[in-house]
Every structure is written in structure tokens, then in C-alpha cells.
Design a protein around this ligand. Structure first.
Ligand code: BT5
Length: 263
């Protein structure tokens, strides 16, 4: 499939906040790691985007990996300096998920969001977000928002390894390959728009957009955190985007990190 065309991308992105600098790499371990390594080189511009054609050590959350075959999907990281408190950083994951949803809608798909960071189509994962933070003393400095979106990967490639039966792509769902330059341009513009809405209208506005696509409200779940596992029912989000689950002891518990499985 087509290689990324930097001039074309620059000429078509709105770039109010995202896309001040575009770095396109052929192969890298992880775009998030690469972006983090740039933070030592002053000045590092907020809005810098790092895109790679493939990753040989793509990262998921909690030491998991992200399958990143060459030439077919989107792997990118955005460096931001949002000037927010550390506990508010989830909002950037939510902004990215909403931008992904809006882009997939432009391709005629019906995406849903699963807390905290998955975008699903037909109950299979098409995209994930990994947000890494860089502390400056005890304040939040830059934030790296890494997004992977499966575009043109075929079903036999997804079935041959770690993501058997749980993943999908635009190509698998729609039967047609997408132009990666075009998709990236639409995605960066949607991300820029969402970030702009957040700056202008605040996080409640983004949570509303996110919740309109969230597939979890009222569902029975098994919650898996690093320390425990328990059953409950999803009741909503708190005002920092943490999941609220009503457990069997009749308590409402705030889930800061982990996953939920619908049961
Ligand atoms: C995520 O983690 O979903 C975050 C994924 C972020 C990837 C991007 S790519 C650009 C940037 N650079 C990086 O190194 N990372 C970011 P998590 O919620 O932990 O989900 C990981 C799980 O998703 C894995 O354990 C697999 O089960 C599944 N998975 C792995 N690769 C996948 C893929 N390509 N499509 C769908 N599911 C996948």
C-alpha cells in the first residue's frame, strides 16, 4: 500500500494543535518510545506527530504488545504539553478514542468504545490508545498519546498469532483497502478538532461525546486490576474518566487502571 506522503499530509491538515511537526519513520521499535526519546532534545514542539510504517516492539498497556505489521496499518504518537494535572491525563485517551470513532464513521463503519482505551467494530478491537507521561519534577510535563488503528491488515495475518478472533480492521469489515495517507489526514484533523473542543468547552464535553459511543453502561462486568478481580455492573465515569463499577457488596468502586470483561 501507499507510503506516507509528508507534503500531502502537511498540506491537508488543520494543525491548530496537532501536526506542528511530522516525523515519518520506516521502522521503529515503538513510536511512543521514539517520541519519548525526543523529549530530551530541546525544544520539543507540542503537536509533534511521529508515524511509522511498522513497529517491531509496539507497546500496549501493562507491558502488553501491539501487533504492528509493515505497510498496512496506522501507528502514530502525538507529543502534547496539555498543562493539566496528572490525574486528568485520561482525557487525552478519551479525545483520541473519539477522534478514531469519528474517522471510522467517515468510512461508513459503526464503531463502539470500550473503557478504557479500545475502539471496537462488531465486538472486535480495531484500535487502541497508549498514553505515556513524562514528569517534570512533580508536575506533568509532556504526554505521549500513541494510537494504533488496523486499516488494511488481512484476516489471515490477524489469525496467525496473538490476536486470534479478537481483532479486526477496516479492510476485514468493509472488504476494501483504504488509502493510509487519506485516513491519516482525516484522523489528524479529527484529533485536532476534538482537542480544540476540549480546550474551548472542557472535559465534560468530551465525556459526553465518548459516552455516546461507549458500549458499557449498565453492563455486568468482571473487573481485572493488577491487584484484584471482582464482578459488578458499569455505572458510568467519574469526572476524571475513571470507571465506576457497582460491586456485589453494594459499593461503587472507582477503577483507576485495568480492564473490564463483559459477562
Ligand atoms: C492498547 O493496549 O490497546 C494500546 C495500543 C497502542 C498501540 C499504539 S501503536 C502506536 C503507539 N506506539 C506504541 O508502541 N503503542 C502505540 P492494551 O489495551 O493493553 O491492549 C493490548 C492487547 O490488544 C494485546 O494484549 C492484544 O490482546 C491486543 N492486540 C495487540 N495488537 C493488536 C492489534 N493490532 N489489533 C487489535 N488488538 C491487538
Amino acid at each position: 500500500m501507499s507510503k506516507y506522503n509528508k507534503d500531502l499530509i502537511y498540506s491537508k491538515i488543520t494543525n491548530h494543535h496537532i501536526g506542528s511537526k511530522l516525523i515519518i519513520l520506516d521502522e521503529v521499535d515503538s513510536t511512543n518510545k521514539y517520541a519519548l526519546s525526543l523529549l530530551g532534545n530541546k525544544p520539543c514542539v507540542s503537536g509533534t506527530v511521529v508515524v511509522a510504517d511498522s513497529q517491531y516492539a509496539g507497546k500496549g498497556r501493562l507491558d502488553r504488545s501491539w501487533y504492528s505489521p509493515k505497510g498496512v496499518n496506522l501507528y502514530l504518537s502525538v507529543i502534547l504539553m496539555p498543562g493539566i494535572k496528572t490525574e486528568e491525563v485520561n482525557i487525552l485517551t478519551f479525545i483520541s478514542s473519539v477522534a478514531t470513532v469519528n474517522t471510522l464513521l467517515e468510512y461508513g463503519m459503526s464503531p463502539e468504545i470500550k473503557w478504557p482505551n479500545d475502539v471496537l467494530v462488531n465486538a472486535k478491537k480495531i484500535s487502541g490508545v497508549l498514553t505515556d507521561i513524562n514528569m517534570e519534577g512533580n508536575r506533568l510535563g509532556h504526554v505521549i498519546v500513541g494510537i494504533g488503528i488496523n486499516l488494511n491488515v488481512a484476516i489471515d495475518s490477524l489469525s496467525s498469532g496473538q490476536v486470534d478472533n479478537i481483532a479486526t480492521s477496516v479492510y476485514i469489515e468493509q472488504g476494501e483497502k483504504v488509502n493510509r495517507n487519506e485516513f491519516l489526514i482525516k484522523f489528524l484533523n479529527n484529533l485536532d478538532d476534538c482537542y480544540d473542543c476540549y480546550i474551548k468547552h472542557g472535559k465534560a464535553f468530551i465525556y459526553k461525546l465518548w459516552e455516546s459511543r461507549w458500549n458499557g453502561r449498565g453492563k455486568a462486568v468482571c473487573v481485572n486490576t493488577q491487584d484484584e478481580q471482582f464482578a459488578g455492573r458499569c455505572v458510568g465515569l467519574d469526572n476524571n474518566g475513571f470507571m465506576l463499577v457497582h460491586n456485589e457488596k453494594d459499593e461503587t468502586v472507582r477503577i483507576v487502571s485495568g480492564d473490564v470483561v463483559y459477562i
